[in-house]
Design a protein around this ligand. Structure first.
Ligand SMILES: Cc1ncc(COP(=O)(O)O)c(C=O)c1O
Length: 391
């Protein structure tokens, strides 16, 4: 486990590192790529080893998903979070977003509302729109540098009978909140009271810094109208390969989901995804603990750098994730000028805050699952750019 190792991602067509992508979105193909939420770090050795073994076998024909895959998945959640997943509640999906799209389709009608908590992962908006549903905002509140759910507003939005679904991002991308058990219980009480279906997107669930704890949404007491989308994709940096897993406890809802997946034949687990997922969940625990410590080290570097350099930039300290939500509002730049400052002057490609909704304007999301050297270079660039005459 050498997270300091530089891996040349341009050997393969990485989206984040693509010069065309950098030129299109940032107008600077030389900017340090830190926008897409995947890591510039190698997957756990156990995963690489099992994949190499599988490749060496040479035959990649039809397979069934073995019991050992399900045992590894169930064991991971049981051991790390005390959540007992029932094997029959598991539905494979090609991706988290495809699962969310199916759930939106099955639990609301065209024109009805889907509640989001912006600033939030931008693809949710795309998927709501492509399902011809309405986006209903329950914006997070930023109080003393800490994002919180506006429960009064959530109650109001949930009580409107036209609003049928809440997409809960847990932990939250981009602001890095890890929702507490009490917060999740409040969400569940409100949604249950008003028959709102909760889709808990828990793709970032394994990225939680002690003493915070990841509480799987389905592990709290509640109603039938909910599902969780989980995946080893982010945790083990295997997003280009693996599928997602949807957990649906209600038999009626699960049957509906299963029939849809079966009808369109989107319930298959790729042989490599199966091998990687099993190896990661079986043997990736120690690697993940080391990774979490490394990411916290990256956060410490950021904090120290911001303390030592009076740039006016601040960090919303994350409880988890491998994302840093940076506050640039003190620079007093409008969104276009901030884009220019970051990509042209500081030469870093961050996901601009407004991608996550207008509530994110003035912020930027930096992916910090990368060698520490990259973080240092990015913040040196930021400090130099912020000190330019006339600023
Ligand atoms: C919160 C969240 N959900 C879903 C995804 C995408 O998952 P998938 O590629 O499986 O659709 C991401 C990726 O950045 C994410 O951050």
């Amino acid at each position: 486990m050498n997270f300091n190792q530089h891996v040349d991602r341009r050997e393969y067509p990485s989206l984040k590192w693509s010069k065309a992508f950098l030129a299109e979105h940032f107008g600077n193909e030389e900017a340090i790529p830190m926008s897409v939420a995947d890591m510039d770090l190698k997957a756990p050795p156990a995963v690489i080893k099992q994949l190499q073994k599988r490749v060496a076998h040479g035959v990649y024909g039809y397979e069934y998903t073995p019991d050992s895959y399900f045992d590894a998945l169930v064991g991971w959640y049981q051991n790390r979070y005390g959540w007992q997943i029932e094997r029959e509640h598991i539905e494979p999906s090609p991706s988290i977003l495809s699962a969310i799209s199916i759930l939106i389709d099955q639990h609301s009608n065209e024109g009805e509302g889907v509640i989001l908590q912006p600033p939030v992962f931008f693809e949710f908006r795309m998927i709501i729109r492509s399902n011809h549903r309405r986006i209903v905002k329950n914006p997070l509140k930023l109080i003393d540098g800490h994002y919180q759910i506006d429960f009064e507003d959530l109650e109001r939005k949930a009580s409107d009978p036209n609003n049928k679904i809440l997409i809960l991002c847990s932990p939250h991308n981009p602001v890095g909140r890890v929702w507490t058990k009490t917060e999740l219980e409040q969400v569940e009480q409100i949604c249950k009271r008003h028959d709102v279906f909760v889709i808990a997107d828990e793709i970032h669930g394994d990225f939680v810094f002690s003493p915070e704890k990841f509480v799987p949404y389905l592990s709290i007491a509640g109603g039938e109208n909910r599902a969780a989308c989980i995946s080893p994709a982010k945790t083990f940096n295997i997003a280009g390969m693996v599928d997602a897993i949807t957990i649906i406890p209600s038999e009626i809802h699960r049957r509906k989901f299963h029939e849809f997946s079966h009808r369109y034949q989107i319930n298959k687990v790729n042989v490599f995804a199966s091998v990687a997922t099993e190896a990661a969940y079986k043997d990736g625990g120690e690697w993940l603990d080391a990774l979490l410590a490394y990411i916290q080290g990256n956060i410490d570097v950021i904090k120290k750098h911001l303390q030592q350099n009076d740039t006016g930039i601040s960090l919303i300290e994350p409880d988890g994730t491998f994302l840093a939500w940076l506050d640039f509002r003190k620079l007093g730049l409008d969104p276009k000028a901030l884009d220019r400052f970051l990509a042209q002057e500081a030469k870093i490609a961050l996901a601009p805050g407004y991608w996550f909704g207008r509530e994110g304007a003035g912020f930027g999301r930096m992916t910090i699952g990368c060698p520490r050297e990259t973080i240092k270079r990015a913040f040196d660039n930021l400090a130099t750019a912020a000190k330019q005459p006339g600023r």
